[in-house]
Design a protein around this ligand. Structure first.
Ligand SMILES: NC(=O)c1ccc[n+]([C@@H]2O[C@H](COP(=O)([O-])OP(=O)(O)OC[C@H]3O[C@@H](n4cnc5c(N)ncnc54)[C@H](OP(=O)(O)O)[C@@H]3O)[C@@H](O)[C@H]2O)c1
Length: 250
């Protein structure tokens, strides 16, 4: 299903919502953090680089949007104990979680499976699949306390239709699609709606690594795409569950 990126954000439409975004420091995560905060949500900005997390935090505050929370965590090294602490921090401070956006990811490398570097395979699977799985498992109790919670998994076309040489990244996105669908079925009768989202192509570091010969300027900015994420967290999008969503390109 295609989702329009022309959504007009209304001030305070996500007021009182607490939404966790992984990889909130830059790229698409940064853009959605700004828009979610613009809509009044308190964004828990999870990322591994404190410096760029703080830069994005300052941008949000300087713009006069809802003040976010910084949560430095490296998803590659994070253990169940870290996720347990995160669950406790969220429940102690907010009592609930209204949105969980699994955005962080790495591209790995372009290589045939036969030669794929084992260490990079493990890292990619850890960050792109195992971390979202653990985050989900530990945060379902907090999402269950919300009257209307959303979970969104950032996916990719290569996680829906296989492409040679995309290696661990493509396989990780297939896993994400499976995780998203399985959760949507398991949580169908609860207040938690679960969907995956393929943003197509955006002017970010990941796209530049994946397509080094391309003129990056020809891709839409993440800021032009992120209003769609506010829509997906809004009351209007409550009907969506178990969908493989794709952002519309103008
Ligand atoms: N860009 C596209 O065209 C495109 C297309 C399809 C799908 N997507 C998906 O959209 C999502 C966002 O992509 P993007 O283009 O914004 O990528 P990006 O610019 O490379 O940003 C990736 C984000 O993930 C974070 N991250 C990576 N490893 C991490 C770790 N170990 N712990 C915590 N955070 C970590 C990065 O933090 P650091 O700054 O610390 O590295 C960064 O914030 C990804 O899931 C990607 O697969 C993107």
């Amino acid at each position: 299903m295609e989702i329009s990126t022309n959504y007009v954000i209304t001030q305070d439409e996500l007021k009182d919502k607490v939404i966790l975004v992984t990889g909130a420091n830059r790229g698409f995560g940064r853009a959605m953090t700004l828009d979610l905060a613009k809509a009044g949500a308190t964004v828990i900005m999870l990322g591994r680089d404190l410096g760029s997390l703080e830069t994005t935090y300052d941008e949000v505050v300087d713009a006069g949007f809802a003040e976010p929370i910084l949560y430095p965590l490296d998803l590659e090294g994070a253990t169940p104990e870290h996720y347990q602490q995160l669950q406790k921090d969220i429940l102690d401070n907010f009592g609930q979680l209204d949105g969980l956006i699994h955005n962080a990811g790495i591209i790995g490398t372009m290589m045939p499976i036969e030669q794929y570097d084992l260490k990079l395979w493990y890292s990619t699977m850890q960050i792109n699949v195992n971390a979202p799985f653990m985050l989900t498992q530990f945060l379902i109790p907090a999402l269950s306390k919300s009257a209307d919670a959303r979970m969104l998994f950032l996916s990719s076309s290569v996680g829906r239709s296989a492409r040679a040489y995309w290696g661990a990244y493509g396989v990780s996105k297939f896993a994400i699609e499976g995780l998203s669908k399985t959760l949507a079925e398991e949580l169908e009768k609860t207040n938690i709606r679960v969907n995956s989202l393929d943003p197509r192509r955006m002017r970010t570091k990941m796209r530049q690594i994946a397509y080094p010969a391309e003129n990056i300027e020809n891709n839409p900015t993440p800021e032009s795409m992120s209003p769609a994420v506010v829509y997906l967290m809004s009351e209007e999008a409550k009907v969506l569950n178990g969908e493989q969503l794709t952002l519309e390109l103008d």
